[in-house]
Write a protein that binds this ligand. Structure first.
Ligand SMILES: N[C@@H](CCC(=O)N[C@@H](CS)C(=O)NCC(=O)O)C(=O)O
Length: 219
């Protein structure tokens, strides 16, 4: 199969696919585009104008959760549970993870301290929803990788980076969420899923957008 993934350098939704491609050791090409000035071919192929866009032998796929499903069904080993109900639960939590990514992005780009703190409080509340499934061992563990892992690792990577950029952020994770975040960040497929200078690129993006979290320490 000839697989090409179209990406924006910092996109967490694309990163989900990259994590799975790396985990399954699938050959692929990655093409970065400028989302602010997308090429005409991209606008033609991407109905919602969003990345990730995946081309498989010329056929087009979009939406990160759909791409994860396709890769999982097409290349072994399978990481989605074989049980129908558990698989549906995993898909539901991946959807929740997408809403957390949107919330994290909003917090990261907040233009003033008040807005940032308000978004941070909301995100912390939402993160607490992860406690019951984690305590029930629904998502897998150190030996069982899951697509939920691939879907959430980009979130925790960005939260970790933000906390390094501005230690006052100090996000409060419930214990099992903190353990999960740490486990995901140590996985080779996660480490290899971003460019080497990702922290600098991410910071540069936040600076360009005037995010309070990076501008706060400026005179
Ligand atoms: N629901 C989509 C979200 C993808 C998404 O929001 N991608 C962002 C980049 S990280 C994008 O392409 N934004 C361009 C736009 O909204 O115009 C998915 O899961 O793939």
């Amino acid at each position: 199969m000839n697989i090409k993934l179209v990406s924006f350098l910092l996109c967490p939704f694309v990163q989900r696919s990259v994590i799975l491609l790396e985990k399954k050791q699938i050959q692929y090409q990655l093409e970065y585009i400028d989302l602010e000035q997308p090429p005409a071919w991209f606008r033609r192929l991407s109905p919602m104008g969003k990345v990730p866009l995946m081309m498989i032998n010329g056929a087009v796929l979009f939406e990160s959760a759909v791409i994860l499903d396709f890769l999982d069904e097409s290349f072994s080993p399978r990481f989605h549970p074989s049980d129908n109900l558990k698989r549906a639960q995993h898909k539901a939590w991946i959807e929740f993870g997408s809403s957390l990514l949107v919330a994290q992005h909003g917090m990261a780009l907040a233009q003033d301290k008040e807005a940032m703190l308000e978004k941070k409080d909301r995100l912390e509340d939402e993160l607490r929803h992860l406690l019951p499934p984690l305590e029930q061992g629904l998502f897998g563990d150190a030996v069982r990788f899951s697509l939920v892992d691939a879907a959430y690792a980009p979130l925790f990577m960005r939260l970790d980076l933000l906390a390094r950029i501005n230690p006052s952020l100090n996000i409060q994770y419930p214990g099992p969420v903190a353990e999960w975040a740490e486990r995901l960040s140590s996985l080779p497929c996660v480490k290899e899923s971003v460019v080497d200078d990702f922290p600098q690129q991410y910071r540069g993006y936040l600076e360009k957008k005037g995010a309070w979290l990076v501008m706060a320490d400026r005179p």
